[in-house]
Every structure is written in structure tokens, then in C-alpha cells.
Unconditional design. Sequence first.
Length: 265
Amino acid sequence: MEAVAVREETFGALLRGWRQRRRVSQLDLGIEADVSARHISFLETGRARPSREMVMRLAEELGVPLRHRNRLLVAAGFAPVYPEREVRAPELGVVRQALDKILAGHEPYPAVVVDAAWNLVAANTAAAMFTEGVPAELLKEPVNVMRLSLHPAAMGGRLLNLAEVRAYLLSQLRRQSEVSGDERLEALYDELASYTYPGVDLNVGHVPGPADILVPLRIAAGDRVLSMFTTIATFGTPVDVTVSELAIETFWPSDEETAAAFARP
């Protein structure tokens, strides 16, 4: 059986990819990193080999995510610097405590924790509203929050303002894919963009009025309409890959009727 050649990542190709993704010239990167544009060119073509410190400096200037900083280090011949622990690892005990307190403290409103690919990591009890009546195949691990939000058999079939929410979520996902270089997000975008919704005009957009502050999620819940907006929080100064990729999304009522609906036992 013929062996399949595996293409090895080179530091120069990875560096050039991140520089181009950030739309930064060799000259601009050199100025920010306090080296010459010629040296950046040599690094990208393989004519020069970076020091460990240079890899870290360039990654910092380009805003490369921690996961990909490790890839840059390995490609340059160095050991990874940033650990990647499981969320349940003992070392992340303080992180789990913080997450548990935030989720519990946000009751009776929904709150979820997701990873870089929008897979569900944790949720409070109120977030169960998003999985009610959802087909079992969409709830298999890992449960993807973006997929739940737009799938026609999940929230996508309950959103009364689907067109504008879909447009926002897809644009957010596209930007995240471009900024992070995460192939999983690119594949997820393609999947979500392919969903069809019979009878729904996806070209209808809401024109903001003078009283608008943000676009809420308008969710059909039986004979009621729940109107909610969200906030997203991340951990500051992370040096662990897993922690750097966690995000906490909290849902808030955007009108008194929705707040009253959640307040009922």
C-alpha cells in the first residue's frame, strides 16, 4: 500500500497566513515587532529561523489565538507554551467555580457556556427552554449552540424575527472564522447558511427606529412571545487554551412581559 505524504506545517507559511488574515504588511508588522521588513520576509520564506521570543512577539502583535500560537511554536521547532486542560481538570477548579456561580446567579434567566466552536460546555436550568421539543439528533454531544439557534427543527423554527437574527449570527460567525482561522467555524457557517425555512423571507430586514437599542430574540413560547437580548463575557488574561476559548452567554428580558413570564414559578 502506497504511503500518503503528510504536509508538514512551516513557520513561514503559518506566519504569512496570519499576517495576511490580519491584513498587515511585512513593513507594518516589522515596525510593531521592532524588526525589519526584510527579516519578516526571511522568516516567511524560511531563509531565517526565529527565536522562541520572536515567535511569541510576532504572535502577540498579530493577535494570534493561544491554540495557534502553540502551532507557530511547534512549527518553529519549539515546545508549546500554553497548556490545554479539560474543563473538569483539577487545575481549572477556580474557573469552574466562577462559571457555576455565574450560571446559577443568572437564574431565572438562561445562561450558557460555550467553547470556541460554539459547542455547549455548561448551562443553567433555565437554558432548558432552548432544547424543548428539539430532535434527539441535535442534542447529541457535542451540542452546538449556533446550530440550535438556527436549525429549523430547533430555535430557527421558533424565532419570529428569524431573518434579522440569522443575518446577525451568520455575520458574527463569518467574522470569527476569519479572525480565528478555525476551520470548524468555517464548516459550521456553511452548514447554517444552507438551512432553508419554507415560507420565511430571509431577505426581510428590520430598519432600526429612533427608539431601538438592539435587536432582541423574539421567541414563540406557546401563546406568548418572549423577547430577549444577550451579553457575552470571556475570561481576562488567560494562559490556558481551554480557558481562552470559553465564552459565557447570558440572556436577558427586553420587556416587562418577558421578565414577568420568567418570574412565574
